[in-house]
Design a protein around this ligand. Structure first.
Ligand SMILES: [Zn+2]
Length: 119
């Protein structure tokens, strides 16, 4: 997919994190209400049937549906992705576009995996 071009804040945040301008006091996760995989999965109500990625994969990768097109957002870094193409993998694309995301990096950000995936 493509990065959301309107997401300038994230660009700036990426820059600050890379340069050490922001380290500890960054408000993560960006959207604590979506820190549960279960809650994220519920947002995919109305997710386009034609989309090549499944809600389960997206939710597992920390993403929830914004209810616009096929645009999803990360509960942790606040980065958004849209324009999913056949063969895209939710986690890989998240990692490719937002490599500084604390969730992607494996930091403790309060993620609550769904019961199924934690067994
Ligand atoms: Zn993220």
């Amino acid at each position: 997919p493509n990065r959301d071009v309107n997401c300038e804040n994230t660009e700036e945040m990426d820059y600050l994190i890379r340069t050490g301008g922001v380290v500890d006091n960054t408000p993560y996760p960006r959207n604590p209400a979506m820190n549960s995989e279960e809650a994220r999965l519920l947002t995919f109500h109305g997710w386009p049937e034609s989309a090549p990625v499944r809600p389960e994969n997206l939710a597992q990768a920390g993403l929830y549906y914004t209810t616009t097109g096929d645009r999803v957002m990360c509960f942790c870094c606040g980065g958004s992705l849209q324009g999913w193409e056949s063969g895209d993998d939710a986690w890989s694309e998240h990692e490719r576009h937002y490599p500084n995301c604390f969730f992607i990096l494996g930091h403790e950000v309060g993620n609550v995996p769904s019961v199924q995936s934690s067994i």
